[in-house]
Design a binder for this molecule. Structure first.
Ligand code: 5GP
Ligand code: ZN
Length: 116
């Protein structure tokens, strides 16, 4: 499998993992755009939002639910953060394995704009 995120899931390439369970992996983005920048991915390879099936609904819900927990662990819940899923070429998606960006630790709309 060529997918870089599947390689991270399989521990073939290293990543700073911050959360893992049987369905979900979360790790620090290699090029953070904010003090906290975590990628939350399903262990199942799904290329993009466009490839979601009805059976994936619970999995996507888990990704967002874990984002809440990770935000709390990184102490950014109170101040707030952004969740972002890019999709396809015009959406700027670079890695073809669904990933939820959790971005925070700064006042994003005023201090940091490059992500959107
Ligand atoms: P996209 O642009 O597809 O929404 O986001 C891809 C993200 O994955 C980028 O923010 C990029 O920095 C990150 N990324 C790409 N390759 C790696 C990698 O090998 N390790 C980690 N930790 N992050 C990666
Ligand atoms: Zn993959």
């Amino acid at each position: 499998m060529e997918c870089v995120f599947c390689k991270i899931i399989n521990k073939e390439i290293p990543a700073e993992i911050v959360f893992e369970d049987e369905d979900i992996l979360a790790f620090k983005d290699i090029h953070p755009v904010a003090p906290v920048h975590i990628l939350i991915i399903p262990k199942k390879h799904i290329a993009s939002i466009n490839d979601l099936e009805e059976g994936d609904i619970e999995l996507v819900g888990k990704m967002i639910f874990q984002a809440k927990g990770i935000a709390k662990n990184f102490d950014i819940s109170q101040k707030g953060y952004k969740l972002l899923i890019r999709t396809g070429e015009w959406g700027g998606q670079e890695v073809s394995h669904i990933h939820l960006h959790l971005i925070g630790g700064a006042k994003l709309s005023e201090d940091i704009r490059p992500i959107i």
